[in-house]
Design a protein around this ligand. Structure first.
Ligand code: ADP
Ligand code: MG
Length: 697
């Protein structure tokens, strides 16, 4: 039996371990640094480093690594052992404060979007003491931020921490203006729900497309997909359950609050949700969760697919970013309480989010933009590329009544129905929870649902924190000057609702009519990644990020460039893989099968001229025709890739990949899938959709 409280965070140098192992003074100094976001004193760092090293060695470590999140989207680590040679030829195990605080990985091999010229390859990592060190695979991992030598950010963590500082600063201004002198720190919390697929490892290995690109580039539909809706919340299969149990234990050891697990809509698709925590910890934990999922799946002879669209025709995978804001002591400003209409703090923070989302639709869309996620957004399985908000009919009524003086009937309705005289609790929402909304209020938090399963959640949270910080900053400007704070606050709420009401849509976001309606409302519809990214460096965004000290203009341009390049590279790799599979595997396989058919005809004829050979001849003719069509489409794809080589400019190149290369890939796939359906399975070089989706028992 696993004793969860005993193993929980056993691999984390967390507060409890620090208190146990650090001298009182050091512990106090470190805590102060963490609380006040101050740089760490080297003397303190030396003592902490030594204690960490002893603890790590006791737990079987030989190495340490600075663990960081460069712009590649995955985490990076470079392991150094603790050994230090002595005069007598032996070694001692050492780890200094300097090594704890700062690392100097060669930055030249990480994407920098042109920030760091290759002659200045130095970059450095600095410990983020707000995220605890932990043990993974025999190494002490130190969560760090990654910057270029000149101080420009090269990672996703630094801007996230900056955005948390910004929202804390602006929220405190608002609270102070309203007379709150006790709250010391405001923080944002996140709970990311993670979707994934599990398939048999050998089948995964047999497919170049899955191995190189994470998704199937070919594959005829299986006779049974998700149409019976029998997988969602269904009984979990034994081997999947074994995987989930192992995963829970490993995550718990890392101090990750793994909480909910269930089957998702598509066959072989599942979900894991942790209990929420602060944004930066949630980000670290989600990165670790994804890594652990892959590793533990392998242990169980399976492969975990985190791609947004591993299989055509069945749902892809996303991630829901549940977000809220409150005090470090746990007061949630987005909790409406029993009477939201009288809950001023709630109304003010709700307004801040409404204003932020309406004014920054582009940034939210950008934060979920990737080649993989383009397969999902707007495809009737995930929210559309149009950003809108769901707040539920009760809250809408509250805001309507404030803004336009209409009657608020929420309470009466309940009273009439139940005849109870006490005030009923505010119901989370009166309509069914809207699953189609990209940005939904779900009781006491907002759920941003556009993310792809593979995304690092730092990006959307940088956006949300920064844009809400901006709303709060504008509110604070008003409140600080106002004589009558209460009236000023209500005026802000009214004014915000009147101005930004268009962003609120409680209906079905998957309906085709919504696209038209959204256009009439003037909402953005940025269908593809290149289209979305073309707005990243708009003057409004440059000004926003500059004002809150998240990104300089240079850093913003760099980010946009990296994302565009990443998009083009992803599609390029996919196209090359398609060509490779076509020429090396599929076309030869079809030839072999056609040959077999033709030989069958000759052997039949040799026996007797009366045996009919119609089937073989027709099939051979059909396959040969499809094969030729396929080969031509592959040639066309090949020539498009050559053309791409001549295109200058990252935006232009991404546009070309999106508008020319991607459709050519879709075209090429059609005859291939048709051939797969017409052929003897033993001749087809890859595991089929049916085999993969139902491979795990
Ligand atoms: P679902 O959306 O599937 O119905 P839940 O409503 O149970 O799931 O919660 C989803 C996630 O929201 C969980 O990770 C949960 O911890 C998180 N969550 C709950 N409250 C907050 C909050 N105040 N801030 C951030 N995340 C939260
Ligand atoms: Mg959810």
């Amino acid at each position: 039996m696993t004793k969860v409280p005993e193993i929980f965070a056993s691999l984390v140098f967390d507060d409890r371990t620090m208190r146990e192992r650090l001298p009182k003074q050091t512990y106090k100094a470190l805590k102060q640094t963490i609380r006040e976001d101050k740089p760490l004193d080297i003397n303190v760092a030396n003592i902490v480093a030594n204690a960490m090293k002893d603890w790590a060695i006791e737990n079987g470590c030989t190495h340490y690594t600075h663990w960081f999140q460069p712009m590649t989207g995955v985490t990076a680590e470079k392991h150094d052992s603790f050994i230090n040679p002595t005069d007598d030829g032996t070694v001692i195990m050492e780890f200094s404060g300097k090594e704890l605080i700062k690392g100097e990985p060669d930055a030249s091999s990480f994407p920098s979007g042109g920030i760091r010229a290759t002659f200045e390859a130095r970059g450095y990592t600095t410990w983020d003491p707000t995220s605890y060190a932990f043990i993974k695979d025999g190494s002490l991992c130190i969560p760090t931020a990654f910057c270029s030598y000149t101080g420009d950010v090269l990672d996703k963590k630094t801007p996230l921490l900056r955005s948390m500082e910004a929202i804390n600063r602006e929220a405190l201004r608002v609270l102070r203006a309203l007379g709150d002198n006790t709250t010391t720190k405001v923080t944002t919390t996140v709970g990311p729900e993670q979707e994934y697929f599990l398939i048999d490892k050998a089948m995964f290995d047999s497919r170049k497309d899955l191995t190189y690109t994470g998704r199937t580039l070919y594959g005829a539909r299986a006779p049974k997909g998700q149409e019976l809706e029998d997988h969602y919340f269904g009984k979990i299969k034994d081997s999947v359950s074994g995987f989930m149990k192992d995963l829970d234990v490993e995550l718990w050891k890392l101090g990750i609050y793994a909480k909910t697990k269930h089957n998702e809509v598509a066959p072989a698709q599942h979900e894991l949700a942790p209990i929420f925590t602060t944004s930066n910890l949630a980000t670290d934990h989600n990165q670790l969760t994804m890594e652990m999922m892959k590793r533990i799946a392998n242990r169980h002879g399976m492969e975990c697919l985190l791609h947004e669209k591993p299989f055509a025709g069945v749902n892809g995978s996303g991630k829901h970013n549940n977000w809220s804001i409150g005090t470090v002591d746990g007061v949630n400003f987005l909790n409406p309480g029993k009477e939201p209409i009288n809950n001023k703090i709630f109304l003010l923070f709700l307004s801040a989010v409404i204003k932020a989302v309406d004014e920054n639709q582009d940034l939210l869309r950008i934060s979920a933009a990737s080649a993989g996620n383009d397969h999902r957004l707007g495809a009737n399985e995930a929210p559309p590329a149009i950003v809108s908000m769901f707040i539920g009919s009760d809250l809408e009524e509250v805001l309507e009544s404030l803004a336009y003086g209409t009657d608020y009937e929420g309470e009466h309705r309940e009273l009439l129905e139940t005849g109870v005289t006490v005030l009923p609790d505010f119901k989370k929402d009166t309509s069914d929870r809207n699953r189609t909304s990209p940005f939904a209020f779900t009781g006491n938090k907002f759920e941003f649902r556009m993310l792809g399963s593979n995304d690092n959640i730092a990006c959307p949270n940088i956006m949300i924190n920064t844009m809400v910080a901006e709303s709060l900053s504008q509110f604070a400007d008003i409140l600080e000057k106002a004589e009558d704070k209460d009236t000023a606050l209500i005026d802000i709420v009214k004014d915000t609702y009147r101005k930004h009401k268009r962003i609120i849509f409680n209906g079905n976001n998957y309906a085709p009519e919504w696209v038209k309606e959204a256009e009439a409302r003037g909402l953005l519809n940025l269908r593809t990644t290149p289209e979305a990214l073309s707005h990243y460096c708009d003057p409004k965004n440059v000004a926003l990020f500059k004002k809150h000290k998240i990104y300089s203009e240079l850093e913003l341009h760099a980010r946009s460039e990296i994302l565009l390049e990443n998009y083009s590279k992803t599609i390029n790799i996919e196209a090359l893989t398609m060509i490779d599979m076509a020429r090396k595997d599929i076309i030869p396989a079809v030839s072999k099968y056609v040959k077999e058919l033709v030989e069958t005809v000759s052997s039949k004829r040799a026996v007797s001229a009366d045996i009919t050979c119609e089937l073989e001849i027709e099939l051979a003719a059909k396959l040969s025709k499809l094969q030729l069509c396929f080969s031509k489409r592959i040639d066309k794809l090949d020539s498009l890739l050559l053309q791409a080589g001549d295109i200058k400019g990252v935006q232009e190149l991404a546009n070309f990949y999106g508008e020319e290369v991607f459709p050519a890939m879709q075209e090429a796939r059609i005859p291939a899938d048709e051939m797969e359906m017409s052929m003897d399975a033993s001749y087809w070089p890859y595991a089929s959709y049916g085999q993969m989706l139902y491979s795990v028992k």
